[in-house]
Design a protein around this ligand. Structure first.
Ligand code: C2E
Ligand code: MG
Ligand code: MG
Ligand code: MG
Length: 287
């Protein structure tokens, strides 16, 4: 009986693996055949200054509606795109669209882009961003680049230099999904960073009894070494109040707003300028 189960398990595993490989191959082909600039879209999620309830920044998130595959999740197609030069086209399209949106927001509002490990160490990406800053006339300090902890750790020495090269042209850099990789705190302390984003998993954990330990430790660590921190994935009022109490100044998540199309984000911004976000505010068009 056990033997039978065992064999079945192997079969299922192989089938699942095969399906995954085929899906990746389909994404790869669709990426090759696509006019990315037209098929890609962006959505913007507010980053809230917790004290004031105002929008201090927006994170740009890519969306892909492929004529062949339909909507493909960002995590899925970014991972495939990173294996070819497609990632650079995606990054450029997203940055162009994001800066266009940023120009419609006040100078006070920063714009945060996710970049891949290969973008980070690419001289072409650096040159592209420098040209975009000149072309648009945007204040470079409004631009934040988010790199995941895992991407940075893949090649720590090179990453540190690359982060500094971006800071040298005036942009800010943030470590995304902090706490999910395997970097030592000593190493993070030596990286040239402006902020750290606390991974959603530690924010979610706050609602469990005693689950706030890691979020608190990260906030304290960041402040001790002079880094700002942003909490991501805040979904409940309780998570928010614990973060405020622990001294975290900035957060984003469904509690405040889902990622929105540019037009909707602009009207939400106008709304919040009149009535900053408050925990007891009635739900406004942000759902
Ligand atoms: P990330 O940078 O950590 O982005 C946060 C993800 O969490 C986004 O998913 C966002 O929609 C989602 N999120 C925000 N608030 C909440 C919340 O309260 N609850 C929950 N459950 N989720 C929330 P999304 O848009 O699917 O993006 C997934 C990942 O794909 C991003 O994680 C980022 O690593 C990557 N990504 C997205 N856009 C780009 C891009 O333009 N370039 C690159 N290289 N990567 C991107
Ligand atoms: Mg991010
Ligand atoms: Mg993140
Ligand atoms: Mg995350």
């Amino acid at each position: 009986h056990a033997k039978h189960n065992n064999g079945g398990g192997v079969c299922v595993f192989t089938a699942a693996l095969e399906t995954a490989v085929r899906a990746d191959r389909a994404i790869e082909l669709a990426l090759q055949g696509s006019t990315l600039e037209d098929e890609l879209d962006i959505v913007l999620q507010p980053i809230v200054e917790l004290d004031s309830g105002r929008m201090s920044a927006v994170e740009v998130l890519v969306r892909w509606n492929s004529p062949v595959l339909g909507d493909v999740s960002a995590t899925e197609f970014i991972a495939v795109a990173e294996r070819s030069t497609a990632i650079h086209s995606i990054t450029r399209a997203v940055i162009r669209k994001g800066l266009q949106a940023a120009l419609q927001l006040p100078d006070m509002v920063a714009i945060s882009f996710n970049i891949s490990a290969c973008d980070l160490t690419s001289a072409t990406t650096l040159a592209f961003i420098r040209r975009e800053i000149e072309r648009t006339g945007i204040n470079p300090s409004r631009i934040w680049l988010e790199v995941t902890e895992t991407a940075v750790m893949a090649n720590a020495e090179v990453a540190a230099e690359a982060l500094q090269a971006f800071r040298d042209i005036g942009v800010r850099v943030a470590l995304d999904d902090f706490g999910t990789g395997y970097s030592s705190l000593g190493y993070v302390q030596r990286l040239p960073l402006d902020k750290v984003k606390i991974d959603r998993s530690f924010v979610t954990a706050i609602d469990q009894p005693g689950g706030d330990t890691i979020a608190r430790a990260i906030i304290t660590f960041c402040h001790t070494i002079g880094l700002r921190c942003v909490a991501e994935g805040v979904e409940t009022a309780r998570q928010r109040s614990m973060l405020v109490e622990a001294g975290c100044k900035h957060a984003q998540g469904y509690l405040f707003s889902r990622p929105l199309a540019v037009e909707d984000l602009l009207s939400l911004h106008a709304q919040w300028e009149q009535h900053p976000w408050r925990v007891d505010s009635p739900q406004r068009g942000a759902a």
